[in-house]
Design a protein around this ligand. Structure first.
Ligand code: TYD
Length: 209
């Protein structure tokens, strides 16, 4: 089972996926927690380039190709082998993020993205949890975190984008949920961390009884 977590900046994905992995381990379900970009050694180098607020301007296609390079490496080196060993793979962001950020928000046609992704053997996850939140709240949380955490601030490239960018990302994620109704579950991320965890837990218990 390959499960991904998606959502806008500050939607609480990383906290929730960490709790989900800990709970599955406690239930005795062998799982692998990983993320994109940066699920491999090569990917961690790409992550620094992709998320650093400096480093000059870049064309949407240049950015897209780096995210896809990270994903291709991650699938070959980490995700594929773990699934073959029968592990549940939990991945913090994956290809829906590319559709939403490089597609809807940066403006690359989705057909072009899918064509390259197919060439690279990008597979769909079995299930996706979309933590949905309004961008004003999410961005407020993310920027507050960056102002007191230098490591987070060093990855602040997308938090620096305008609110309209983040509105396009959110709308694209909700469109994807309509396009893949059997795979993507929308979870309201507006509550307290414990309330959101309870919603995530109910879904995982249903998918992995
Ligand atoms: P992430 O580590 O989840 O950051 P945060 O916890 O702050 O949300 O994601 C890194 C950033 O990379 C995020 O802003 C979205 C962006 N991204 C893309 O633009 N395309 C992609 O394909 C992926 C995987 C991430």
């Amino acid at each position: 089972m390959f499960i991904t977590f998606e959502g806008i900046e500050g939607s609480g994905k990383s906290l929730q996926i960490g709790r989900a992995a800990a709970r599955l381990e406690k239930r005795g379900v062998p799982c692998l927690l990983t993320r994109e970009p940066g699920g491999t050694e090569f990917g961690r180098a790409l992550r620094r380039v992709l998320l650093s607020p400096g480093g000059g301007r870049r064309e949407p296609w240049s950015e897209l190709l780096l995210y896809l390079a990270d994903r291709h490496q991650h699938l070959k080196e980490v995700i594929g082998p773990a699934l073959e060993r029968g592990r549940v793979v939990l991945c913090d962001r994956y290809h829906d993020a590319t559709r939403a950020y490089q597609g809807a928000a940066r403006g690359i046609p989705l057909d072009d993205i899918e064509r390259v992704a197919r060439l690279l053997g990008v597979v769909e996850p079995d299930r996706t949890i979309l933590l949905d939140l309004d961008p004003e709240t999410g961005l407020g949380r993310a920027r507050a975190r960056n102002s007191c955490d230098p490591a987070a601030a060093a990855e602040g490239r997308f938090e620096a984008e305008e609110i309209s960018f983040h509105r396009r990302v959110r709308a694209a994620y909700l469109d994807l949920a309509r396009r893949f109704p059997g795979r993507i579950e929308v979870v309201d991320a507006a509550g307290s961390p414990d309330e959101v965890s309870a919603r995530v837990r109910d879904l995982l218990d249903r998918w992995l009884p």
